[in-house]
Design a protein around this ligand. Sequence first.
Ligand SMILES: *Cc1c(COP(=O)(O)O)cnc(C)c1O
Length: 410
Amino acid sequence: MKPMGPIPSWATGEEEMLLIGGCGAESLVDEAGDTPLFVYDMDIVAAQVRRFREAMPAALHLHYAVKANPYAPLLARMAHQVDGFDIASGGELEMALESGMAPDRISFAGPGKRNDELSAAIFAGVTINLESEGEARRALAVAEAIGKTPRLAVRVNPDFDLKGSGMRMGGGAKPFGVDADRAGALARMVIDAGASWQGWHIFAGSQNLDAAAIIETQAATIALAARLSDEVGATPPLVNLGGGFGIPYFPGDVPLDIRSIGMALDTALEERPDILRGSDFAIELGRWLVGEAGVYLTRVIDVKVSQGETFVVVDGGLHHQLAASGNFGTVVRRNYPIAVANRFGSQPIADPVTVVGCLCTPIDRLGDKVALPSVEEGDLIAIFQAGAYGASASPAAFLGHPAPREVLLG
Ligand SMILES: *Cc1c(COP(=O)(O)O)cnc(C)c1O
């Protein structure tokens, strides 16, 4: 047996049927038409937003990183829950604008923005988080060509990283942002060129469950923003402090203590250097907001035995939920929380089973030697923590299976 990540605390069952947003998993599948199905519960997202607002300084802006889950009905609801969207492509720009979020609350980061993407974003009045000097020159030229004053922020590659992050995005040589020692000069250049300078974007890491590491990084980020602003000789309108708040996916993971982060940030902002007195501050989060609100439901097609080991074969797989197979941002494969949705709360049997997807590749493993109740053909498997980096972060075209269905509750 291999352990699995913790089943989220919201999950309950009624007569052994997993309830999501108060509805039985099997009836949700009925309504949606078929499996595989992603179910997202907006009430869980809204509760996370409330938890954030309660824990954090009142003036802090909360941004949603659209790449975590760009499902249109969810985005339309998120537009009313958060203060801004962070996007990373021209496609996400279209989705963000369609959601109803005001363009001046959208910022566009990401390396390799093409001129047509820059043009569409500047035309719409969206802020560009500049990733390089070359991109700054192209953004200024594109803005000139369409006769608009561009809103430009400088993304900084910080000279530190967020310790213990699942994915490091700062510290050392990186394709993201401009090295801290050249960021001040770049901001000065865009101001002198007549652009509307929007401030700094400093993102140091992702999927972190260590509050102390996040607190330390936020303090370093504020200090860096102050140092760079002094260099420029101007107060940045906005300092985007990044994010990195993680959620528990794996055995032993403990939810992040965001109250202690909020208290430390409150103090850090109270005591911030004078040059940042007039600045707004933002945190951008993806998975922490939506990850726990999603469940992937997939039907058991076959149960088979090979050399004494039981394989449960489902109609979904890594083409929808790559992360649960261990092939998205993790080094060692570990088990996501997983359950038999129609036997929820039943005792597991002694022999563990391996849950595999329907793709003809050995990496399509959704649960490795997990303890589950006795599983039969037709049962419904639930994989939790599937609200972020699921449907949109998986190779849907691989092997030509149908796309997953998605539904938003709440
Ligand atoms: C991916 C990304 C995020 C979101 O990360 P999460 O781990 O989902 O919170 C935020 N900001 C930037 C710049 C990113 O690239």
